[in-house]
Design a protein around this ligand. Sequence first.
Ligand code: GLU
Length: 457
Amino acid sequence: MTATPDSATPPAAHRVIEPLYAEILRRNQGEKEFHQAVREVLETLGPVLAQRPEFVDARIIERICEPERQLIFRVPWSDDSGDIHVNRGFRVEFSSSLGPYKGGLRFHPSVNLGIVKFLGFEQIFKNALTGMPIGGGKGGSDFDPKGRSDAEIMRFCQSFMTELHRHLGEYTDVPAGDIGVGGREIGYLFGQYKRITNRYESGVLTGKGLGWGGALVRTEATGYGCVMFTAEMLRSQGDSLDGRRIAVSGSGNVAIYAIEKAQQLGATVVTCSDSDGYVVDEKGIDLALLKEIKEAGRGRVSEYAERRPEARFVPGTGVWSVPCDVALPCATQNELHEADALALVRNGVKAVAEGANMPTTPEAVRVFQEAGVAFAPGKAANAGGVATSALEMQQNASRDSWTFAHTEERLAEIMRHIHDSCYTTAERYGSPGNYVVGANIAGFELVADAMLAQGLI
Ligand code: GLU
């Protein structure tokens, strides 16, 4: 496979990008999600490399694609019956050009080095786009939290942190949550870090509980931010979310708060999903019921349909066959395929924004772009989560806590800023309306300029 630069790429940049991508494939064999994430960025960098040859001379791309540090470690733990399990822990510290490594931890059986590297790579550019002083990193484990008791989760988190703590610090590396890691896990991880280091270092983790260093709006931020970004995209076309019909996939933290913000802005959200299937609720998702099932009970969306006569549950992955004006994929990587994109376009979708990381396959992205559908990549649209983590770090550093309204206004400002910088960058580099080009180039330039200034790092 080659990284075919898009049509805006000058031929000289082609000659730079293609061999670079081939070398990345050779050195990172089998890491298919990482290849996909790198390819998606490299394909769009041609115009900036043509204008800024100093980036090529300084081998910025080769350096940016190689993590500063990659940690892989054993995580032994015992379950409630005393049986011993061994999982694998990861932390990929990708880039510290703009600040301490920052990015979540994912606990899911699918986690491997390629997944953590794709997430860490995207995180570099996402974090740069927020305008906050945070570098990029990501971590996690192939541990499966499904069906585990609180005591088992605690023992796993303690074992994980017993190794990871030596690599963390508020000025070094600051993890947070991702799939399978929420407030409960951050609590256990923080407790163990504090115990081992004998330091109440609030800024070492984000997503903490509100009574012990956490920040208001952090829980809501990824979903809220994604909808705020969507509203900005529609506004730039003289449109709004009011009265719009929205399809959301997923039913975790991102999906739930995307639904909440969309409803606040006058839209009707008609779907949500999990790995078993999806729910269609023509009257609009009853969010109180969904929260009760997912947040309080850790249940499945099929239960939603059992408890709400207006809704129906459909097993399988067909959520994108439901007609909508706006689609928000908020589940996981590569969940929206070419055939789904074609169905959405046929049904008249106007905008798509990624609440999850890389949920749309490259073929599906192309379908949206060719059909003129506004498409926001996750590194822009879901950056509200990590941006609010940076606001949490700011509050921790100043031993302060802000109100919900103030923090939400800061989040809205940040999402507007990200939107505008993607929009104007895309225009400046000859791809008006292309948020993928805008996000990649705007994020890349910030990191590349910092790397040039900081010498050969
Ligand atoms: N896991 C989230 C993301 O994908 C948040 C990371 C953080 O807050 O550090 O951006």
